[in-house]
Ligand binder design. Structure first.
Ligand SMILES: [Zn+2]
Length: 558
């Protein structure tokens, strides 16, 4: 029996407790590489009665089956075998794997416990198979791997509805869907309660996940205006056209040689055409690579993975193959040539290389398609909810703006005055507008700063001067009094704003440099501190409200 790590045991206990408390349907969250499979295999192995593990694609059946074999190894004598619901050819392949790995086979077509792919489970053939149906009807525990796929409407729901008498467990690393649908039972999903394991950051601190270096090299491939489908991710055809118009493929080889030369790498590409070109480009540069996708023949894929494991192939280029659940041999480097709007996909891509291995010191992530801008770092604290997210939730999230160091290509929080990795101080070539210096007024050139001060003074001039200005501009007398009234009102609101800004600044830590405070203000509120005092009436009120709303958060957090 595989021994669970302390946090896996805690995670398992949390799930068992939830069922004990009377919940039927549990969502379990554990980061990629945290050992989800081992943990739920252990739950299934302990279960008395029929149980099934449902996987979302057939490529994963084999590794789940092996995990079940490991979880039940010493119980085998007592007959704790499992069945695999899949086409005969797939079962034969899995039997072979068992024999290779364990010297015996743990598959028994009559077993109480089983693993099935959602496609086979919901197929017409399965519906007509009476023996299979009899077993399915007995199932009292159903586990759904990659549980974020299962929502109440559509194809996936069918697989859940088959087990109306069973306890349900959905496991995932990212309980959030690109389409915003919630996984909670009241929000379009199935789960009644969520049990969270440790975060990626904790797993890294405890040494169970690898730390990593993250590089965002420049590429001319621009995905910013690519259409997003109803599922919430980029349109594949449109991604392809952007790649064709760019130098992404060549850039990636250059980046690999610069940041990760000699390491074993997994490279994600948006489509098979681009993936094939990518592999060819690597090979032409003397880096042995192959291109794989879901349609690649099982045998070919297996041979490629083994060659990769032996170090004969250095780069595995793939399309939507290694991003979910599919275990690949230890790789050090993740290259993202595929942009994604899906947080789950992003976390999985990076997660592929975060597994620890002997002699592996750090993982490397290369992101020329700017996924970091869409999702932030894997280690960022995230608040999960069963409720799902609306579009505006996602847009208004409290993400800290990031920038990429022009010296070492690593991303960091934009309010920092220098790169935390290499110490380089970003000096924009132009320092004429606050935008060019992220609101850091001390970095502006003097002419620009003078002009801004002049604008501020003018906006806040004496009422009499303002009136005199109206005469000078030949404004008809009849409009004067209303204009002066409005000018006074605006000035009064600016006074309120100025006090609020002063309060906000005063609450910053004493050792925080002024320039950083100005940058934080600019990045947080979208305007620099000087320009803020020149805004019109409505804009001033809006800003007052915005600062007041963020105030508690900014003072408490950093
Ligand atoms: Zn740097």
């Amino acid at each position: 029996m595989m021994k669970l790590r302390h946090y896996q045991q805690g995670f398992k206990d949390g799930i068992l407790n939830a069922w004990d408390e009377g919940y039927r349907s549990v969502l379990g969250v554990l980061p990629t590489g945290g050992g989800k499979t081992i943990t739920f295999a252990s739950i299934v192995a302990d279960h008395k009665g029929a149980a099934v593990i449902v996987v979302h694609r057939k490529e994963i059946l084999s590794q789940i089956s092996q995990a079940l074999a490991l979880a039940s190894e010493d119980l085998a004598a007592a007959g704790k075998m499992h069945r695999v619901v899949a086409p005969a050819k797939t079962i034969a392949m899995i039997r072979r794997k068992h024999l290779e790995k364990f010297g015996k086979c743990f598959i028994d077509p009559q077993a109480q416990t089983g693993v099935a792919s959602v496609q086979t489970l919901t197929s017409a053939a399965t519906g007509k198979d009476h023996r299979l149906q009899a077993w399915l009807a007995q199932v009292t525990l159903a586990v759904f791997d990659e549980g974020h796929h299962y929502v109440a409407s559509g194809f996936w729901a069918k697989a859940v509805d088959m087990f109306s008498r069973a306890k349900l467990l959905f496991v995932t690393a990212t309980p959030e869907r690109a389409d915003g649908t919630g996984l909670g039972i009241d929000n379009g999903g199935f789960a009644e309660v969520m049990i969270e394991g440790p975060t990626p950051r904790q797993l890294m601190d405890w040494g169970h996940l690898c730390k990593y270096d993250y590089f965002c090299p420049e590429s001319d491939c621009d995905f910013s205006s690519v259409a997003v489908t109803a599922k919430g991710d980029f349109n594949a055809q449109a991604m392809r056209s952007r790649v064709v118009d760019s130098h992404l493929v060549g850039d990636i080889v250059r980046d690999y040689l610069r940041f990760a030369k000699g390491t074993q790498a997994i490279c994600f590409m948006p489509d098979t055409c681009t993936a094939d070109e990518m592999a060819a480009e690597f090979n032409a540069s003397g880096v042995k690579a192959v291109s794989l996708n879901a349609k690649t023949d099982d045998g070919d894929r297996e041979r490629s993975l083994q060659a990769f494991e032996r170090g004969e192939i250095q780069v595995l280029v793939n399309v939507d193959l290694f991003d979910e659940g599919f275990d690949v041999p230890a790789a050090t480097t993740c290259i993202m040539g595929r942009p994604t709007m899906s947080l789950a996909k992003y976390m999985q891509m990076v997660g592929r290389v975060l597994r620890t291995a002997k002699g592996k010191d750090k993982a490397i992530v290369i992101d020329p398609v700017r996924n970091w801008e869409r999702h932030g770092q894997v280690t960022w604290p995230r608040v999960w909810s069963l409720k799902g997210k609306t579009k505006s939730d996602r847009e208004n999230s409290d993400k800290v703006p990031q920038k990429v160091c022009t010296t070492c290509s690593q991303p960091y929080e934009a309010f920092r005055l220098e790169c935390p990795y290499c110490g380089a101080v970003p000096i924009p070539p132009e320092r004429k507008t606050p935008e060019q210096v992220d609101g850091d007024l001390t970095a502006l050139d003097l002419d620009a700063l003078d002009a801004m001060f002049a604008a501020r003074d003018k906006a806040n001039q004496d009422d009499n001067d303002f009136a005199a200005g109206l005469y000078a501009k030949n404004v008809p007398q009849i409009g004067h009094s209303s204009q002066i009234k409005r000018f006074r009102a605006t000035k009064y609101r600016r006074e309120v704003l100025r006090n609020l800004i002063g309060w906000w600044v005063g609450c910053q830590p004493a050792d925080r440099p002024r320039a950083e405070i100005q940058k934080r203000f600019f990045l947080r509120f979208g305007v620099d501190m000087l320009t803020a005092e020149t805004l019109g009436l409505q804009e001033t009120d809006d800003l007052v409200e915005k600062i007041a709303a963020k105030f508690d958060k900014d003072v408490v957090a950093h």
